[in-house]
Ligand binder design. Structure first.
Ligand SMILES: [Zn+2]
Length: 312
């Protein structure tokens, strides 16, 4: 089985959702087994906020996620590069998706996130917030002054910035102001599927040019417009496209499995809706002519080496 590195899963969100239903030991009882079955060794575990949450909500989710990881002996939280080394445990890197809870005192809040081991964060989800504009926000506005402050502070701490969900203006503003590498943790090629969550060629090239990564995402709507073409085979066509556009070194996986809190049957791929089936991507890459070196790079090596380089 090929080891896998996933740049995006909403683990923190799943923890809060299932806790609200009275469940406990969520990572251990709901998530771990499927991840291990699928071959996952590393996962960027996001605390996800859609736009209405407060700073206290953000803190609560991040603390709950840390608590759940600590409860689970088969999961290890990554603090520094050395923690990435392959082991019997699933390794979780903490990330944040959307920082809508930051409306004032931005620098102190980024410091709190940094102190709580958030290594990767996106400023915005789909809707506008105090920092930036998402794909559903105003086309003409990007980073706000507070958003620029946040990018600067994150750069000072060496925190990586995730541009998935940013609108185009925000994307290019981040490219201008960020001093650290930039990742699109879960986005596909817009040339193959014209969805605002996907990236144009020049955006993909810009990420590659500054040494970043693009995580290919298994959400059906970002793979193909037609439901019957939302398949692993079509997903691998996005990988083919990226390979010829930006080269194999900048491609990774950012699956975004939603099977613990959403109707994954309808929103993920028709033939892949749970992490336990993720090796299907590997099998399909072999079928479409990728060699083993390339497959290994996409499966985990590019992301592994990226975080090795950039985590202190
Ligand atoms: Zn997302």
């Amino acid at each position: 089985m090929m080891k896998l590195f996933d740049l995006h899963g909403d683990t923190g969100y799943a923890v809060m959702k299932l806790r609200a239903q009275g469940k406990q030991n969520i990572i251990n009882d709901f998530q771990l087994k499927k991840r291990v079955q699928g071959g996952f060794q590393w996962l960027c575990s996001a605390s996800y906020f859609e736009g209405s949450e407060t700073w206290e909500d953000m803190q609560a989710m991040i603390l709950a996620l840390r608590e759940e990881i600590a409860l689970c002996t088969d999961v290890k939280q990554v603090h520094q590069a050395v923690d990435l080394e392959p082991s019997a445990q699933l390794q979780m890197i903490l990330s944040v998706e959307g920082m809508c809870g930051i409306r004032e005192d931005a620098e102190a809040k980024i410091d709190w996130l940094y102190e709580h081991d958030i290594k990767l964060a996106s400023l915005v989800w789909n809707e506008k917030n105090a920092l930036a504009n998402g794909v559903k926000g105003d086309f003409n506005s990007g980073l706000t002054d507070m958003g620029k402050c946040v990018v600067k502070r994150m750069s000072e701490h060496g925190m990586m910035i995730d541009v998935s969900h940013a609108n185009e203006k925000t994307f290019w503003d981040i490219m201008k102001y960020a001093q650290t590498p930039v990742i699109a943790s879960h986005s596909n090629a817009r040339a193959l599927c014209d969805h605002p969550r996907n990236l144009y060629d020049e955006q993909l090239r810009a990420i590659a040019d500054r040494g970043g990564l693009v995580g290919i995402v298994c959400a059906g709507a970002f793979v193909h417009r037609e439901r019957d073409k939302q398949t692993v085979s079509q997903l691998v066509k996005h990988i083919q496209y990226l390979k010829q556009l930006i080269g194999i070194d900048h491609i990774a996986l950012g699956c975004d499995f939603m099977d613990d809190y959403d109707n994954a049957q309808d929103t993920m791929l028709t033939d892949l809706n749970s992490p336990k089936g993720a090796q299907r991507i590997i099998i399909e890459m072999r079928k479409q002519g990728f060699n083993e070196t390339e497959i290994k790079q996409i499966a985990y090596k590019n992301a592994y080496e990226f975080f090795q380089r950039h985590l202190d």
